[in-house]
Design a protein. Sequence first.
Lengths: 190, 190, 190, 190
Amino acid sequence: MSVRTPDPTPEPMPDDPSGGPAWLSDIELEQARGRLPILYVEAVPVRVDGIGQVVEVGVLLRANAVGEMTRTLVSGRVMRGETLREALFRHLEKDLGPMAFPQLPASPVPFHVAEYFPMPGITPFTDDRQHAVSLVYVVPVTGTCEPRQDALELTWMTPEEAASVTVSEEMEGGRGTLLRAALASVGRLL
Amino acid sequence: MSVRTPDPTPEPMPDDPSGGPAWLSDIELEQARGRLPILYVEAVPVRVDGIGQVVEVGVLLRANAVGEMTRTLVSGRVMRGETLREALFRHLEKDLGPMAFPQLPASPVPFHVAEYFPMPGITPFTDDRQHAVSLVYVVPVTGTCEPRQDALELTWMTPEEAASVTVSEEMEGGRGTLLRAALASVGRLL
Amino acid sequence: MSVRTPDPTPEPMPDDPSGGPAWLSDIELEQARGRLPILYVEAVPVRVDGIGQVVEVGVLLRANAVGEMTRTLVSGRVMRGETLREALFRHLEKDLGPMAFPQLPASPVPFHVAEYFPMPGITPFTDDRQHAVSLVYVVPVTGTCEPRQDALELTWMTPEEAASVTVSEEMEGGRGTLLRAALASVGRLL
Amino acid sequence: MSVRTPDPTPEPMPDDPSGGPAWLSDIELEQARGRLPILYVEAVPVRVDGIGQVVEVGVLLRANAVGEMTRTLVSGRVMRGETLREALFRHLEKDLGPMAFPQLPASPVPFHVAEYFPMPGITPFTDDRQHAVSLVYVVPVTGTCEPRQDALELTWMTPEEAASVTVSEEMEGGRGTLLRAALASVGRLL
């Protein structure tokens, strides 16, 4: 299975309509990947009840490069000059649409740091394109999610479903492990 | 200065209009304080911007038992049979009113555990009535705050003001230290 | 199954050989349990490799009040006048012996707050004697562990074994959930 | 003042004596810095007492590129193919010597994520060479520290000294803020 940390075709940023130098050409990105760990942010979208308890977890369904259906999280690269919050917000909007109304955490400390390597066995996470280090956050969303771009669907699951072996096996790059760590961090992993 | 962890006159809980056995008489509470550490929850109310960054911090102004004005945080005892989330929500509503719309954290892990002792010097925190252990959370509020009960006013401050020596000296029980720890946990302490 | 948060016969504290007023008689403890949530600390003992990665997890084997064998964690009540660190150290020594050399965390913030209720279903954790709130820490130990008191044995397991359903079913009060949360917090839950 | 995130002349890694492709030439590093945020790890070395409480904080004294004396933390780049733990251990050894015996944290989650930008005002942290994102850890050291390379001295300070304005003003890149956040995370910032 081809597993990948998504890095979709860039769109112009609101404050830099030209696309700007932060966007890398395919060749430049390839070169950078050969030299450095690449920094990512990821988000586990959740629905919470009136006192903040997580009741549902959102997982994206997507066709990968070879046409297989896989599940994944909100995820994307941090660009040069961009803060982590800006990157997180941009990727949440890209993957969940403009009406999701995510509540970004007040603290910039992630619940987990996931290290993706091309070769399996070093950590639970793999990405065949690169060495990526990803700061991962649980993000409550209060609005309506409409996946855009290459994501086909956002599926809302109970914590129990999200932690299941079935869902884990469908998730790319070992992110079933990440989903369980997210549930544990909010006291919802049995 | 008399410093105290607030424990106001009980109100009936929504799901137990009788007041119920969780409420202790003054004598029972006094006995318990002589025997055990008492569990509290505290909240630092904050305003956040569109990408979750803290822009303002709310501090309560209150007259203490001897009529002095002091500043404090949202704070109160956890009752027997009550979850931490329920206690946190109850005290937020008690201190900020029913229209504050607090966003309780998805994670039950506090940013800090404050240990209050009657005698100073053991920790930065004191409470002349008891040994209290308090789980402290940063809680964004999105609605309108109308302090109730014995609180006179909720003052919104910038992170810089909240961290100042002046504000610290007005806060009861060493909570200036707690306010700075809250700001540090959200990346807003200079 | 009778599940209980251990509260063994008190021993004199090093700095208070008389036993002192912090120790409660059985009747006083019973009264307190009828009135208030009781504060506990718990520890998941671990072995780490040269760069701090958890390689083994320690689980206690103990006979409970009705003579059944159950597994549990290092656990005990915080006494009045005692800091959380002192309580954690005392219970680690009580359960692992004086040569365990635990490395208590520099941060007082637990990786999890477990809420135990007498009735199941409110949280994953139950304690038929009381409402207990427990601050739970992962604690590397570097010495030799010799369980004392009522614990029969300390079993070292791999992270995979510790997370298994078999071990979970043997743990009292729902602590299998706590063990998985501990593993997730150190990046060792698959 | 020239402020910089240290990136000293590479030494061969134990498992790759050739230096290997993970090391970048000056030109390659310059190119990467023009395109991507660069990932760093940083450590605040501390001394702890017998129950894990921080009693002293270590700060490096170093001559910067223009010969000024500045204070800084243990810090360095994460290389391609290297785990965060390996990078943290490598930089601790580089800056504190081989006999420091650092106790790396069991959890890979940093207490803070510091974002360094070339231009001031975006965050409290600046680095005139690059956009760097740094995962920062508090690391107890139990051995003897002998700063190597370009560091002249490791100064042990009390928490009060480390949090002072005087020390803050001597620290490069805004790291006085980081030092205070470290102290707050271990309950030692007043």
